[in-house]
Design a protein. Structure first.
Length: 320
């Protein structure tokens, strides 16, 4: 068994260093019969994309597969670290321990390099913090790491709506930037459903050894017709006319939906979009003031008119 493990490592190294290597050459390098090479290649094909494109083309790895740096999961690293303890000492061939040390050393070095990259990312991406909180820890590094490794996190989360703290286990799927904030979309074990979490509301984050699978979850489908981050359950089609002075800026907006825009003769812009939640869209419209006129639906037009009347009543009061 030990000889087979070492031989498979030799074969992987040979294919990496000499793409297109022939089976007979692998047999010569490993000092085995060619039938043994074919059996070993079958084993390798279960965990690495080794391919032979036809007679005389030899063997190579497809895509970006490469043994070093190693991409061990925590479970795989633990299993490999226990390898020497399950082998019979007097049957371990010369060179095994040095080869084993090199593999584990490479894994640890790569793990350290990945952590360094994540630390740099967390430092580069500067986040704001709630004004009421003096200290706000940046949890981007562990969250990004958990997303990349598909590992569950245990977190303490503050719900603003209920003003409560809850401990949750979350399978983190995607990190979404919206309106100068970061949101995490993932599967909440507590609610047994997909939920959206604002990063600044995490009080604690711990990456767990438990792994997860996103299954058939599709982020584009999940956020379809969502203006920013809050999803609704009823689609509404808006039609807005933008004044010529802001039309070119509207065309430059980086949006998460696909509006229909058409130029009018006077230079104004007709903007149509279907959304499942009007709240965030209305906030966006308000920043353009009188340069944006809601044409449809009538309910949104009436609602904005009432809001403006309330504002007028506030500012018409005498300031005491």
């Amino acid at each position: 068994m030990t000889d087979k493990v070492i031989r498979i490592f030799k074969m992987i190294n040979a294919i990496q260093s000499t793409p297109g290597i022939m089976a007979k050459d692998l047999a010569f390098r490993c000092d085995v019969h060619i039938r043994t090479v074919y059996r070993d290649l079958e084993i390798i094909s279960h965990f690495a994309p080794v391919a032979n494109e036809g007679r005389g083309t030899g063997y190579r790895f497809l895509g970006k597969f490469f043994l070093y740096p190693l991409d061990f999961s925590e479970q795989e690293a633990l299993a490999f670290s226990l390898l020497p303890s399950v082998l019979t000492p007097d049957k371990i061939p010369p060179g095994f321990h040095t080869a084993y040390d090199k593999v584990m050393g490479t894994h640890l070095k790569e793990k350290s390099r990945q952590n360094g990259i994540l630390e740099n990312i967390a430092d580069i991406i500067q986040m704001g913090k709630p004004a009421y909180r003096k200290e706000s820890r940046n949890f981007l590094q562990p969250i990004i790491g958990a997303i990349l490794e598909q590992r569950r996190i245990r977190a303490v989360y503050h719900s603003q709506l209920r003003n409560t703290l809850t401990e949750r286990e979350i399978d983190p799927y995607y990190l979404i930037p919206r309106d100068q904030r970061f949101y995490l979309i993932g599967y909440c074990q507590l609610k047994q459903a997909i939920r959206t979490f604002r990063i600044s509301r995490f009080q604690q984050v711990e990456v767990m050894p438990v792994t997860f699978d996103k299954g058939n979850f599709n982020i584009k489908k999940y956020l379809k017709n969502t203006w920013s981050i809050d999803r609704g359950n009823k689609n509404i089609t808006f039609k807005v006319r933008f004044h010529p002075s802001v039309a070119r800026y509207i065309k430059e907006e980086e949006l998460f939906v696909h509006p229909r825009m058409s130029d009018e003769q006077d230079g104004s812009l007709l903007f149509e979009v279907t959304l499942n939640n009007e709240k965030e869209f209305m906030k966006w419209i308000l920043q353009y003031g009188s340069h944006a006129e809601i044409l449809e639906p009538a309910s949104a037009r009436t609602g904005l008119k009432l809001q403006l009347e309330q504002w007028m009543s506030i500012y018409q009061r005498k300031n005491k």
